[in-house]
Design a protein around this ligand. Structure first.
Ligand SMILES: C[S@@+](CC[C@H](N)C(=O)[O-])C[C@H]1O[C@@H](n2cnc3c(N)ncnc32)[C@H](O)[C@@H]1O
Length: 300
């Protein structure tokens, strides 16, 4: 009955999705072709605008019935089609968030007749109000330095300091560089850090995640690392092989025993916090080195 669990089907999602019974999926993570002409070794991203939107509506209507009533959907898009597709989805689900993924593209070159686009637009939708969402699983821990800075008695035992802060809707996570150990041979592979956050927040432990467009299998790897089940589809057989390899490698093994950010993810998040603190320290230092008149006043 659950022969379809923890499998990647190397086929067109529209053909294979009927294997999955309706109402069995906790979380749908969809990272479809963007409609920008990317080369996935097939023609899936080469549709014209009208055909792309027709196809999008078709897969959405095939995939949404698979969700449980408590289920939700994250969809990766760019500014080009997010307005049309968000409207499509808002007619079928409740929109919870628009998340901006800042890919932290370094400042080199870029567009000369427009602003350089450096973000993905991620839609977060729920089937109904009582959707599953575990905020504590994705809180960002304060580092030791911040905790120490808040060690005055008024902060002692403060719950927020112990449990960390809740992520905002701007996610600043570097895209996967050529040298990144996570990197596989795919033009639009997503960072595990992003997908793991979705998994921990929106799929209960032991639950099931459907990804209709697996690519290199980031969703499957994140699910396996976090103790969730997955099922997915991918047209390109070479990408299917990458998924199998990633799932069998150390990267794909269960790492998250509790619902806490795993070490590499936490390290990256801490880096961002540290960068912010360094900038603040620099500003504070500039403030404490005023011209000599002001310094005299301070000491009077
Ligand atoms: C944006 S990529 C997904 C990348 C993935 N999230 C990752 O991290 O590697 C979209 C993928 O969908 C696949 N694809 C396109 N049309 C498909 C279809 N009808 N059924 C299954 N897969 C499809 C493409 O081959 C491509 O690898």
């Amino acid at each position: 009955m659950t022969a379809w669990l923890n499998r990647i089907y190397c086929e067109d999602v529209l053909q294979g999705i009927s294997r999955i019974p309706d109402g069995t999926i906790d979380l749908l993570i969809a990272d479809p072709p963007y409609g920008l002409g990317k080369d996935y070794g097939n023609d899936s991203d080469k549709l014209d605008s009208a055909a792309y939107l027709r196809w999008t509506e078709q897969w959405i209507d095939t995939a949404l019935p698979k969700l449980k009533p408590t289920g939700s959907l994250y969809i990766f898009l760019t500014w080009r089609y997010s307005p049309e597709i968000f409207v499509m989805l808002k007619q079928r689900m409740t929109m919870i968030n628009e998340i901006i993924w800042d890919r932290r593209v370094p400042s080199m070159g870029g567009s000369t007749r427009s602003y350089t686009s450096v973000h993905d637009t991620i839609g977060f939708f729920a089937k109904q109000k009582g959707y599953y969402f575990d905020l504590d699983a994705i809180r960002i821990p304060y580092d030791a330095e911040t905790k120490k800075a808040r060690s005055r008695s008024i902060f002692v035992g403060a719950k927020w300091l112990e449990i960390g802060y809740n992520p905002k809707d701007l996610w600043s996570v570097s895209r996967i560089h050529k040298e990144d150990p996570e990197r596989a041979d795919h033009p639009t592979q997503k960072p595990l850090e992003i997908v793991e956050r979705m998994v921990k927040a929106s799929c209960p432990p032991g639950g099931v995640i459907l990804d209709p467009f697996m690519g290199t299998g980031t969703t499957a790897v994140a699910a396996q690392r976090c103790g969730r089940n997955f099922v997915g589809f991918e047209l390109n057989p070479s990408y299917c092989e990458i998924v199998t390899r990633r799932l069998a490698s150390p990267e794909g093994q269960l790492t998250v025993q509790s619902n806490q950010p795993s070490e590499p993810v936490r390290a990256k998040i801490t880096d961002i916090a540290k960068g912010k603190r360094d900038r603040k320290k620099k500003k504070d230092l500039e403030k404490t080195q005023p011209d000599s008149d002001q310094q005299t006043l301070t000491f009077l």
